[in-house]
Structures are given as structure tokens and as C-alpha cells.
Design a protein. Structure first.
Length: 438
């Protein structure tokens, strides 16, 4: 019996490697980095060019795509993986000797820290390119901040630290348990904050800024929104945010100056035990509202309380319109005849100026408000990807400049991957960094 020798046409390992390298190829092809490359190459002109700029830059992108926490981890992978070196553009004839030294990487990263403006330009160019495929990008946005710890340790009673640019930040979380009792949790960290403006439809970042951890979220709301509006999005329709962004003056500025409808959660600043306020305090009236902007009317006969029916925002009058619940829903009210206005029942118009924190163009009690506010979770998912897919949960970064560059590069990879997947008709996977290309 003749011995059968079966030759493998291909190895499944090669298929896996090909799929993994395809993700890097997508990012490299999509990112508009020609200007940055020319600037870095011009600075090196006339000096030693042992490690060419372009493959070195591509390998930095590879470190982000494949979640290498340190340069040494990336170098080890490049030294053993010839296919990765070739995908980055290193000369295959040189082999592992083409891999840049640790000092070479450090020098390029220092140069990038001095050229944050070019990274910002790359970010803006990607937004412009994405808008060609996603015309409604930026119409509905959400805002939030993310805590990023420094690799250094900070002492509260001392300013001594190996990262003097970082400081302490606190974030308080509150809620109510099922039994009605309240809970509160305070999270503290030493490091920085990333303030993110995110498109809630596509879950893509459209603006960002890195600050010290102590910087209040509200202080970065208008700068982020106004910069995004000036550069890319003339018609931002809604802005969703949590209670950290609750502010009457900011709500007023968002809508009156920029035409942006704030969909921002609200804190209860009323006195303990105060449930409702009269709509018109200086006269006897049966219409009241609570701190969340829900409007009620009291039956003049039985004094039963009913939630009034929101019937839309009147832009020209700048008022929220509410109708009698009996007329709107057909519910029985024994005092209907006493307060109804003709056959349509009582109609109430509430000017926004009554309280700019509570009353906003999209009524807080409406289904539309809750639907748009729920879209804010898109920011949380982007925050999660920054931690898990881009390595900020465990990193070795110190210093504000280095942190800003590293965050910027991560967001560039995120946008480049989204653009590449859209261009390859893989829109459903455009938010995925990890999933291989089909």
C-alpha cells in the first residue's frame, strides 16, 4: 500500500494572520496622514534615517490596533512577526533588524507631542470624510467625561508626584434602591479626564479634550459644542448629557444662541418635601409642576391630580403647550366643566423662561425626550471601547501632553476603522475595532 502524503495548501494560522493584518491595512489606508508624514520627514532631512518615518508611524498605529500597552510589547511582536513588519512597510530584506529601537520610538512620540495640532487636523479630516457617507453625522450628539488614571501615584496631602500635571478628580453616583432607600458612591482617581462629544446615532467621537481630573464637566460643555459646530456641524439638533451638565444658563445658551435642544438630566434642587410648585404663584390656579418638568392639574371639584397632556413646543412663542387630560385622553373629571375652555378643555402654555433648567424645548415628560436621552449611552459605549479596545484601563502613560497624544491616536484609529468599513460596505461593523474584516 502506497503511503499517502497530503500537502497543505494553506494553514489556518495564515488565514487568522491575514484577517488580523487586514484590520491594520484598513486603518493605514483610511487615515489621511500624508501632511503629518511630510512634516516629520522634513524635520529628519539631512540626518540619519536608520528607521524611516512612514513604517515607524504605521507600527505605532499597529500598536493601537493590536492593543499593545507598551512600546517594548510592540517591538517584541514586530521582531517575531515578519508579516506585521511587512504590513507596516519595513524592508523585508533587512528582517528583524528593521525594527526601530526603543529610543527611536521615544523620539518620534516626543515629536508627536509637539504636533498635537496636526493630530487634531487629522481628526477633523476624518470627520469631513465620514460626513460624505453619513450626511446626518453630528445631528444628535451626547457629551460625557471619562476618568483616566495616571500611571503615577498621587498623594492627597502632598504635591509630590512623578506626574505633576495630573491631579485628583471625584465623581459621585447616586440612585434609589428598590426598597426606596437612597445610595451614594464617590469614585476618586489621580490623573486626567477625557471630555467626549459623540454622535449618538453612529457612536462615533466628533470632539474631545483632555484635562486634569479636577476639571468640572460643565466647564467643557460649551467649548466642545461650539468648536464642533464651527468646524463641522452647523445644525446640531439635540445634545444629551447627564446631571453633571445640568445648568439653566447653559440650556439657555445652547438653544437661544445655537438652536440646540438640550436633553440633559436634572438634579433635584428643591427643598426637602417640596413636590410641586404652582405655575403662577401669585394667583389661585390648579396647575402645578414638579422639578422634572411634569405638569399636573388639580380637579377643582375633587382635588384629584392628573398629568396634563404635552401637545408640542411652539417655537415662535417659545412655549410648551399642555392640554387638559380629560379632553386629550377622554378620562373622567368631575370638575371638567368648571375649568374647561370651550369644548377643547383647558390649555396651558409655559414659557421656557419660567425656569430654563426645568423647561426645555423637548418636554422632559415626553417620550421623545426619554428616547433621545437614552441615546446618551452611546458615549458610555465609546468610553468602554477606549478602556477595553484601546488599552486605557491598563497603561503606562504619564504627563498631559503624552496622554493627549495617546487619546488622539486612539480616536484616529477608531474613526479610520469606521471610515474603512463604510468604504468596504461593512457599515454594520464600523464601530468594531476587534472584529476581522469579512
Amino acid at each position: 500500500m502506497a503511503r499517502i502524503i497530503q500537502q497543505r495548501v494553506f494553514s489556518w494560522k495564515h488565514v487568522e494572520a491575514s484577517g488580523e493584518l487586514e484590520r491594520l491595512k484598513m486603518v493605514i489606508e483610511a487615515i489621511p496622514d500624508e501632511k503629518l508624514m511630510r512634516v516629520l520627514e522634513a524635520e529628519r532631512k539631512g540626518r540619519r534615517d536608520d528607521y524611516p518615518i512612514r513604517p515607524l508611524w504605521n507600527s505605532i498605529l499597529a500598536g493601537i490596533v493590536y492593543q499593545h500597552m507598551t512600546i517594548e510589547s510592540l517591538r517584541r511582536e514586530l521582531l517575531r512577526n515578519g508579516e506585521l513588519r511587512e504590513s507596516c512597510g519595513f524592508d523585508p530584506a533587512v528582517g528583524a533588524e528593521a525594527v526601530p529601537s526603543k529610543d527611536a520610538y521615544s523620539l518620534v512620540l516626543k515629536k508627536l507631542m509637539k504636533k498635537q495640532y496636526l493630530i487634531n487636523e487629522l481628526f477633523d479630516e476624518l470627520i469631513v470624510e465620514l460626513k460624505k457617507y453619513l450626511p446626518d453625522l453630528g445631528r444628535h450628539v451626547g457629551i460625557d467625561s471619562k476618568a483616566i488614571k495616571s500611571y503615577a501615584k498621587g498623594k492627597r496631602d502632598s504635591h509630590e508626584s512623578s506626574d505633576p500635571e495630573a491631579d485628583w478628580g471625584n465623581k459621585t453616583y447616586k440612585g434609589r434602591r428598590r426598597d426606596g432607600s437612597l445610595w451614594e458612591k464617590v469614585v476618586s482617581w489621580f490623573g486626567y479626564k477625557v471630555h467626549l462629544l459623540v454622535d449618538t446615532t453612529y457612536e462615533l467621537p466628533v470632539g474631545y479634550k483632555v484635562t486634569k481630573a479636577s476639571r468640572h464637566d460643565l466647564e467643557e460643555l460649551m467649548p466642545l459644542v461650539e468648536e464642533a459646530k464651527q468646524k463641522h456641524f452647523e445644525e446640531i439638533e439635540t445634545l444629551a448629557g447627564d446631571k453633571a451638565y445640568d445648568s439653566g444658563p447653559h440650556n439657555e445658551r445652547l438653544y437661544d444662541t445655537h438652536g440646540i435642544k438640550p436633553v440633559i438630566d436634572i438634579r433635584n434642587n428643591w427643598r426637602d418635601g417640596e413636590e410641586t410648585k404652582a405655575l403662577v404663584p401669585d394667583r389661585t390656579d390648579n396647575v402645578v409642576y414638579d422639578y422634572k418638568g411634569t405638569v399636573y392639574c388639580h380637579c377643582p371639584s375633587s382635588d384629584d391630580r392628573y398629568e396634563m397632556a404635552f401637545s408640542g413646543f411652539e417655537k415662535e412663542r417659545r412655549t410648551l403647550k399642555y392640554k387638559c387630560p380629560s379632553a386629550a385622553y377622554g378620562t373622567h373629571c368631575s370638575g371638567y366643566a368648571q375649568c374647561s375652555e370651550g369644548t377643547k378643555g383647558k390649555i396651558v402654555r409655559i414659557p421656557l423662561q419660567t425656569d430654563r433648567r426645568i423647561f426645555v424645548p423637548i418636554a422632559r415628560s415626553s417620550h421623545k425626550w426619554h428616547r433621545i436621552y437614552n441615546g446618551r449611552t452611546a458615549v458610555e459605549r465609546v468610553n468602554s471601547r477606549i478602556d477595553l479596545s484601546f488599552g486605557f484601563e491598563h497603561h503606562v502613560i504619564r504627563g498631559k501632553e503624552k496622554m493627549t497624544v495617546r487619546v488622539g491616536l486612539a480616536l484616529l484609529v477608531m474613526l479610520s476603522m469606521a471610515l474603512a468599513r463604510i468604504q468596504r460596505d461593512q457599515e454594520k461593523d464600523m464601530r468594531s475595532l476587534i472584529r476581522r474584516a469579512a
